[in-house]
Design a protein around this ligand. Structure first.
Ligand code: KIV
Ligand code: NA
Length: 279
């Protein structure tokens, strides 16, 4: 397929065709997303938890994001790639943000960056887009600010909060963002905000009225041990854990019983040669 560009995304938006977006954190997870024909692949800072085993996204470093962005970029031939700016790499000043964004493009090899925040991030978004780097904004629930939000709480649930979301959406659009993630917002609020905008919204926990959807791959694939907490908005489309466990246990049993490797997995040697060797 032809590689997805910013124009492709704008065309999908104009046609009213939902934009498909999926996170990836390494070469294999990007491969499957790209082969499936995702429009956008996001190297989210959720990799802190899903790939690096950290408690939350506040721990992941820009350097670590760069390594993972690069591995995702190598696997991605068709999808448009976006890399998250991790906490601490963009809040100090627009100049700092631009410097980090440039590293994500040059070293991470993705096509665009994402950062969290609304109106207060407008000058930063403007700085980065002016330098020719596409910015995807992220409003509503912004996980990097979980401590000041008091946890992972649904945003825009009352009139004042919904108005703030709308204000943020307009501000990031004005600042030049090519689109925005809207996370954990009542469906009717996200749908109305989407209607008022001229750039696409990508929802996660924001109902089907957004211009597209995104999910964290490890969550939707079910690639985690049973009993893990999942947000309400996650639909588990697969059970990779069960399949991986089945294969692992079968391998273990076959090694213990010497059923593996079977003759077809071994290299032959002419009988005479072996007889000679045996002597
Ligand atoms: O880090 C991430 O994976 C994200 C998506 C959930 C939007 O920001
Ligand atoms: Na993120």
């Amino acid at each position: 397929r032809k590689p997805v560009t910013i124009n492709t995304l704008q065309n999908l938006f104009r046609k009213g065709e939902p934009i498909t977006m999926m996170t990836a954190h390494d070469f294999p997870s990007a491969h499957v997303a790209d082969h499936a024909g995702m429009d956008i692949i996001l190297v989210g800072d959720s990799l802190a938890m899903v790939a690096l085993g950290m408690e939350d996204t506040s721990e992941v470093l820009l350097e670590e994001m760069l390594l993972h962005c690069r591995s995702v970029a190598r696997a991605t031939k068709g999808a448009f790639t976006v890399g998250d700016l991790p906490m601490g790499s963009y809040e100090i000043a627009p100049e700092q943000a631009l410097e980090s964004a440039i590293r994500v493009i040059k070293e991470g090899r993705v096509k665009a960056i994402k950062l969290e925040g609304g109106k207060e991030m407008a000058p930063t978004i403007s700085k980065i887009t002016t330098a020719g780097i596409p910015v995807l904004a992220h409003i509503g629930l912004t996980p990097q600010r979980q401590n000041s939000l008091g946890g992972f709480r649904v945003q825009g649930k009352n009139t004042a909060s919904a108005l703030k979301l709308l204000e943020d959406a307009f501000a990031v659009q004005e600042a030049g963002a090519f689109g925005m993630i809207i996370e954990a917002v009542p469906a009717e609020v996200a749908a109305l905000v989407t209607k008022k905008l001229s750039v696409p919204t990508i929802g996660i926990g924001a109902g089907n009225g957004c211009s597209g959807q995104v999910l964290v791959q490890v969550d939707m694939m079910g690639n985690f041990p049973p009993g893990r907490f999942l947000p309400k908005f996650v639909k588990q489309y697969g059970n990779i854990w069960a399949e991986a466990m089945r294969a692992m246990l079968e391998y273990k049993a076959e090694v213990k019983s010497r059923a593996y490797p079977a003759p077809e997995h071994t290299y032959p040697m002419p009988k005479e040669e072996f007889a000679e060797f045996e002597r």
